[in-house]
Design a protein around this ligand. Structure first.
Ligand SMILES: [Zn+2]
Ligand SMILES: [Zn+2]
Length: 295
């Protein structure tokens, strides 16, 4: 059953966590995963995380038509390039490639998982919504996700996948250019590399869709829950570890495979100490400011 943990966080007072709770209860419970109260201002506001949180409402309103347009263009271009490259991979397939395909796929998935962690950690930990251009467009969704983890389940396909589609446009376009220009001998030799890049691009593109599924507790297709249960993609229970304040661990959200070794060696904490030592910046200060908003 649920486990209540009390932590004392700098500037936050006592923060009760419903840690790893609510496994069976589903989406509604996800909103109540964490409730925080300020010790310093009694009665000044108990802010329950979810769509009604003051910060979450403000962040949701910053989603603009221009941003929506960028997402639509990215999704159309990305899926067109994927289809083009997939056809060319099939046309150049040879049975002797089978081990390269398997190896390239596993390496591509691991690389995608690592980059999902790196980007997620970077956006969660540094910068702010006020950073010109990047802040509202790319940091805002990360802030919103911590104080309203269910918002992602209400995002449609375009909003969920638009940014990741934009990230993979360059490698996919480069691969398409190679298929268009290289000779058949050159393609033969570079085929394993293309398998790796294609697997990486597919999993990187689908990362936020996989992440959305990890927050969805009803109506998921059977094959999605099967993949989650086999830990081929990010399982729901696994990802809940990240959603415990102050959101400082388990950043990899494609498969989550790398969360175990990276946690073991204290990878993210080490990077944060290094950056804080060099710049004096405090990790997650903007994230904590949004979490504490009451109006
Ligand atoms: Zn996060
Ligand atoms: Zn999440």
């Amino acid at each position: 059953m649920s486990k209540l943990r009390l932590d004392l966080l700098p500037g936050k007072g006592f923060v009760p966590h419903w840690n790893m709770a609510c496994q069976e209860i589903g989406n509604v419970c996800e909103q109540n995963l964490q409730t925080h109260t300020k010790h310093t201002a009694p009665g000044s506001g108990i802010s329950r995380w979810g769509p009604q949180h003051a910060g979450a409402r403000e962040l949701a309103n910053l989603y603009s038509p221009g941003k929506r347009c960028q997402e639509w263009i990215s999704v159309i271009l990305c899926f067109s390039l994927m289809a083009f490259n997939f056809c060319h991979l099939l046309m150049n397939f040879h049975l002797s490639y089978i081990w390269y395909i398997l190896l390239g796929t596993v390496a591509g998935i691991l690389t995608a998982d690592f980059f999902s962690g790196l980007v997620h950690w970077g956006a969660d930990t540094w910068g702010s919504v006020d950073v010109p251009v990047l802040g509202k467009a790319f940091i805002r969704p990360f802030r919103e996700h911590h104080i309203d983890p269910t918002a992602i389940t209400r995002h449609d396909f375009i909003e969920t996948n638009g940014d990741n589609c934009m990230l993979t446009l360059i490698p996919l376009a480069n691969m398409a250019f190679s298929f268009h220009t290289l000779s058949s001998v050159e393609l033969y030799h570079s085929y394993p590399w293309h398998c790796y890049v294609f697997a990486l691009a597919i999993f990187a593109t689908l990362t936020n869709q996989i992440h959305k599924w990890s927050h969805t507790y009803s109506g998921l297709p059977y094959w999605v829950t099967f993949l989650q249960d086999c830990h081929v993609i990010l399982p729901r229970k696994h990802h809940r570890t990240h959603h415990v304040s102050p959101h400082e661990t388990y950043f990899c959200i494609t498969t989550g495979w790398l969360n175990y070794p990276l946690e073991k060696i204290g990878f993210w904490r080490g990077l944060e100490d290094l950056i804080q030592g060099l710049t004096g910046e405090k990790p997650r200060s903007d994230d904590m400011n949004w979490a504490q908003k009451t109006k």
